[in-house]
Design a protein around this ligand. Structure first.
Ligand code: FAQ
Length: 318
């Protein structure tokens, strides 16, 4: 293709983005658009399936049958989110095997938040309330992202995430209205999950390498800092309802800006976790690799069955 032809295709593509049209898998797209979508959507998919692990840790220890059923359903939803997202990613011409290989080799990232341990039952409340809460704030704008399959997957994901957030808040609410020990457990979970939840929304806008281009392509509709501020403004009043204290002595309502001011985030900790040195990075990756290896016989059996079925069809035709 000549340079002129590419320029004309790029101009058409930019005009479609400007008109808020959805880009579909078979449409022409710049190679960088395709690659950056594979990066973000696959990291999102990996986050969902790695995100099952910290909560999976508590399924057998949920304090009642009702809690166990709800947690089991939530973790299954996360597997479903991973599947929609991997499928959306595959429409960009990358195979599921390649994506898994990138996760298992450490080449692809997944969300920093899932490298922290879940020490008590209150952590199930804190994850639903804070982690799903932050995920919704990040993902609602993604429902109008420019790539059709990603945008459509996000609509369903967001509906389920908001249910997850409510079940987490309800766990916290029960603990906060229980015994003093239960309330202390809820406060301890908030203390441990607050700062990682703020980090989860990504580095500051000044440090973010992809935001500028992703905003132009309408892949991202809000910057990391905008989302973080929105999360803080929304969550502080919820902590007040619970009677919990946000572990930030600099947190203060600012009349002038109409937002909460907040303390400094420990970005060194964030980058350490992203680089693989968080408290549970090794454990999480080993669990995923182990599941892949132990599941080999299922994949082999499914392939053998599919082949047998297609041979039968060929025999019938012949
Ligand atoms: N962890 O230039 P930016 C969930 C990386 S799903 C690790 O700002 P971008 C559901 C970033 O990849 C949670 N790495 O990047 C659930 C890049 O490195 P790269 C996941 C991070 O893409 C709830 C570098 O830093 N959600 O929670 C993180 O423009 C409960 C520079 O960063 C999504 O994936 C991080 N936190 O913005 C499940 C949503 N942040 O790739 C179970 C979709 C940044 O060049 C239980 N993704 N990095 O090597 C996004 O919205 C964006 O990708 C951001 C990052 C906002 C995460």
């Amino acid at each position: 293709m000549s340079e002129e032809q590419i320029k004309s295709l790029e101009a058409d593509f930019d005009a479609r983005i400007a008109r808020d049209e959805k880009i579909e898998p078979k449409d022409w797209m710049p190679e960088k658009y395709r690659k950056t979508h594979i990066r973000q959507i696959s990291q999102h998919a990996h986050s969902e399936i790695v995100g099952m692990l910290p909560e999976g840790n508590w399924i057998t220890r949920a304090p009642s049958l009702r809690r166990k059923v709800a947690l089991l359903a939530k973790v299954q939803d996360e597997a479903g989110h991973g599947l929609y997202l991997y499928s959306a990613c595959e429409t960009l011409g990358v195979s599921r095997d390649e994506l898994y290989e990138q996760l298992h080799s450490g080449k692809a990232k997944y969300s920093s938040i899932f490298n922290y341990p879940t020490l008590t039952w209150a952590d199930m409340g804190a994850i639903g309330w804070l982690v799903d809460g932050a995920a919704i704030i990040n993902q609602v704008p993604l429902c109008s992202t420019s790539f059709g399959p990603y945008a459509r997957a996000m609509v369903r994901v967001c509906k389920e995430e908001s249910f997850h957030q409510r079940q987490g808040f309800e766990i916290m609410y029960k603990l906060c209205n229980g015994t003093p020990e239960q309330k202390e457990m809820a406060q301890d979970a908030l203390n441990r999950w607050w700062w990682p939840s703020l980090m989860m929304l990504g580095p500051t806008d000044a440090e973010s390498v992809h935001t500028e281009q992703s905003m132009k392509w309408k892949l991202k509709r809000k910057t990391n800092d905008e989302l973080r501020q929105q999360f803080i403004d929304q969550t502080v009043p919820q902590a007040d309802i619970l009677g919990l204290k946000i572990p930030d002595t600099d947190l203060e309502w600012n009349e002038e800006t109409g937002h909460y001011d907040f303390g400094e985030i420990q970005w060194d900790e964030f980058w350490q976790v992203v680089k693989g040195h968080g408290p549970c990075n090794k454990e999480r990756l080993n669990a995923r690799k182990d599941a892949w290896e132990k599941g080999a016989w299922v994949r082999d059996a499914a392939m053998a069955y599919a082949e047998k079925q297609s041979n039968k069809k060929i025999e019938k035709v012949v």
